[in-house]
Design a protein around this ligand. Structure first.
Ligand code: HAM
Length: 418
């Protein structure tokens, strides 16, 4: 038997209803806040991700599904959405009409990480990205939206971590101190970190290797190196969050796995998820639009991992099983042809039908209606049909009535009062 690829998964009925509810709630919330949906390709030029996420990140170095297409151009299955949204903002010159643009997007991402609980090679994200606003209030509103979405979805154990990664000005001094620290810790660093410590020392702070993590416990924190403007910006984000009563912890070691961040960064973490505890992450990326060839426009955003959110949402305790409103028990040829016709019409009238075409006995068809938890059963036996009627059975009260088949759909609709 052909099985699915390691790290990939099917989302089956039973589980998919939770995903549908998450997505529906997110869409409504974002649209209420003026965000527009954007749908972008899953394949992009490799260069787009290499230049935005950063050549020295785990994602670009090790995790991308990259291959040459027939002409030899390198293309990549998107590992995240931000780079594509920026490309699209620039390519369609959206800034010319209005630099301020707010987008949301939902879809699959691909990273060839080592599969484990909560970590997949195809996973799904809900993204929100805002262009043209450098105000800390925008960062705070994005965080507010993410946190509110979590509470609307009855998530109880999520914790907001925030940090600031400053701007290139703050990084100059910070990098110097960090490099000095790293050169005293070389024995404990993995090969990747030894290489990165020279080229891109900030990356070392994000290494998942346990020996590197241990070595970095006493490392300097960028938050202590912020320039006055970045420091003020961060203070304003904190002030705004307090104003709308969003609790947070300051996590000075939060660096995120992508190179494009500046100033505010944040993650929402859930302890119950175990090792892969980040359910959402994001922050400001003020330099990326320009880096990718666009105008100098600030930007900020976040992404929520739907796979992980689906694990911790309170929606898991709800029963989303779709039950038939009416189960048509057909007995005989004529009855089956009428069942077909009625079920087409029931469906269009918002009465969810299930028709039994199995040619089985009344008893076994009733058994199936019971198993599917149908609210009503319509029994169309030959004798009844000859008299021009059918039997409608209420499966809760067990009451049965006879209904004439003339204008049956309307009569049933009135009877079951959906
Ligand atoms: P990220 O932290 O790489 O950020 O991913 C965001 C979320 O996607 C994570 O918090 C996690 O829930 C989920 N996720 C990531 N990798 C996996 C995986 N292998 N399996 C399951 N879930 C996963 C970004 O992608 C940025 N583009 C976020 C952003 C948007 N920043 C600014 N705008």
């Amino acid at each position: 038997m052909i099985q699915l690829i390691r790290g990939f998964k099917d989302i089956l009925p039973g589980e998919v209803e939770i995903w549908q509810n998450i997505e529906k709630t997110a869409r409504l919330l974002f649209e209420d806040f003026g965000f527009k949906e954007i749908r972008l390709p899953i394949l992009e030029r490799t260069e787009l991700f290499a230049r935005s996420i950063g050549e020295d990140t785990d994602i670009v170095e090790k995790e991308m599904y990259t291959f040459p297409d027939k002409k030899g151009d390198l293309i990549t299955l998107r590992p995240e959405a931000t780079a594509s949204v920026v490309r699209s903002y620039i390519q369609h010159k959206m800034y010319a009409k209005d630099p301020v643009q707010k987008f949301y997007s939902i879809g699959p991402m691909f990273r060839r990480e080592r599969p484990q609980k909560g970590r997949y090679r195809q996973f799904y994200q809900i993204n929100a990205e805002v262009f043209g606003i450098d105000s800390p209030f925008m960062d705070a509103q994005l965080i507010f939206l993410a946190v509110k979405l979590f509470s609307m979805l009855e998530v109880t154990d999520a914790k907001l971590h925030i940090n600031s990664l400053g701007c290139p000005k703050c990084r100059l001094n910070f990098k110097e101190s960090l490099s000095a620290f790293l050169s005293s810790a070389t024995e404990k660093l993995c090969q990747d970190c030894l290489r990165r410590s020279k080229k891109n020392p900030l990356r070392v702070l994000d290494c998942k290797n346990s020996s590197c993590r241990e070595a970095m416990v006493g490392a300097p924190a960028i938050i202590n190196y912020l320039c006055p403007e970045c420091s003020q910006h961060f203070e304003a984000v904190k002030y705004a969050l307090e104003k709308v009563e969003i609790p947070f912890v300051i996590d000075k070691h939060l660096v995120r796995g992508l190179d494009y961040y500046t100033r505010t960064t944040f993650e929402i973490q859930a302890g119950s998820l175990g090792a892969q505890n980040a359910v959402a992450g994001g922050g400001r990326y003020d330099a990326l639009v320009k880096t990718l060839g666009g105008p100098d426009q600030p930007a900020t955003g976040f992404a929520i991992g739907i796979d992980r959110l689906a694990e911790i949402t309170g929606l898991r305790n709800k029963d989303f099983t779709q039950k038939p409103d009416i189960y048509i028990v057909a007995l005989g040829e004529k009855s089956r042809s009428l069942a077909f016709e009625w079920s087409c019409n029931f469906g269009l009238e918002g009465i969810r039908p299930e028709m039994d075409l199995s040619n089985r006995s009344l008893k076994s068809q009733m058994k199936r209606a019971n198993r599917l938890k149908a609210s009503y059963v319509l029994i169309a036996g030959d004798n009844e049909l000859e008299e021009g009627s059918v039997i409608l059975r209420n499966m809760t009260s067990k009451k049965q009535i006879s209904i004439p088949i003339e204008s049956l759909v309307e009569k049933i609709k009135a009877e079951i009062k959906l």
